[in-house]
Design a binder for this molecule. Structure first.
Ligand code: MN3
Length: 242
């Protein structure tokens, strides 16, 4: 080794000495960020885009999932990252949403609400629920028909964009509505509870097929309600408190 190459490798060696701790620090920070700041993925639909025809059309489902829900998911991730939010999951963020920005409230709600909405519908849905859920519906609303009527009215009469919900609140079933992308899980809504059923009444959910006739979309919704999913959720969540 001549003098020149010794100096060169010496400088590289010093460089490596400095580089090593920097890399180590970055990788530790990387692990920390991975476990602390969650990253959310757009979930796949549990059925094909055309599976809910003729009640909800393929084009609406395609745009609603691949554009709207994808947009909420991407903006939710951006906001969570920008604000350095650390949480186990989206539910934890929504339950403490008053601490965060409007972007987290709107896009976090959009991310979470649509995930439930896709599962509340099924091409094999419709009919009536059974078991414990039916007993609870009868107990809280008098009859299934009465529940259906009240839920439909709530969904049809929301002013502007929002959601109608069936929630568990203090062990009882309750119908509520929220504006925009607010969720019953959020610590800023009037009626908090565990959501087990929802319908999206934003115009993007029905306008291509039903135009201004929201009531027809709400009436059609009953043909695709996934009572198996909602019953299972009810049984799992009945003893949860928020
Ligand atoms: Mn929507």
């Amino acid at each position: 080794m001549n003098k020149r190459s010794f100096i060169k490798s010496g400088i590289l060696g010093i460089g490596a000495m400095f580089a090593a701790p920097v890399l180590a620090k970055n990788s530790v920070f990387g692990v920390f960020k991975k476990s602390g700041t969650p990253e959310f993925k757009l979930p796949d639909l549990p059925y094909a885009y055309n599976a809910l025809e003729p009640y909800i059309d393929e084009q609406t489902m395609t745009l609603h999932h691949s554009k709207h829900h994808a947009g909420y998911t991407q903006k939710f991730n951006a906001a969570v990252k920008a604000e350095g939010i650390q949480a186990k999951n989206a539910r934890e963020i929504l339950m403490n949403v008053s601490k965060y920005s409007e972007a987290v409230r709107n896009n976090g709600g959009g991310y979470f609400n649509h995930k439930l909405y896709w599962n509340v519908m099924s091409p094999n849905g419709g009919g009536t629920p059974g078991g414990d859920l039916l007993d609870a519906i009868n107990g809280n609303f008098g009859s299934f028909d009465n529940f259906k009527e009240k839920y439909s009215t709530a969904a049809k009469t929301i002013f502007g964009s929002g959601w109608a919900w069936l929630i568990i609140q203090n062990g009882k079933l309750k119908i509520t509505t929220t504006p925009n992308q607010d969720s019953p899980l959020m610590d800023i809504v009037d009626e908090r509870g565990i959501p087990i059923m929802c319908i999206d009444v934003w115009e993007h959910a029905y306008y291509l097929k039903y135009q201004n006739r929201r009531a027809e979309y709400v009436d059609a919704f009953w043909n695709i309600v996934n009572w198996n999913f909602i019953s299972e959720k009810f049984t799992k969540k009945i003893n949860e408190v928020i």
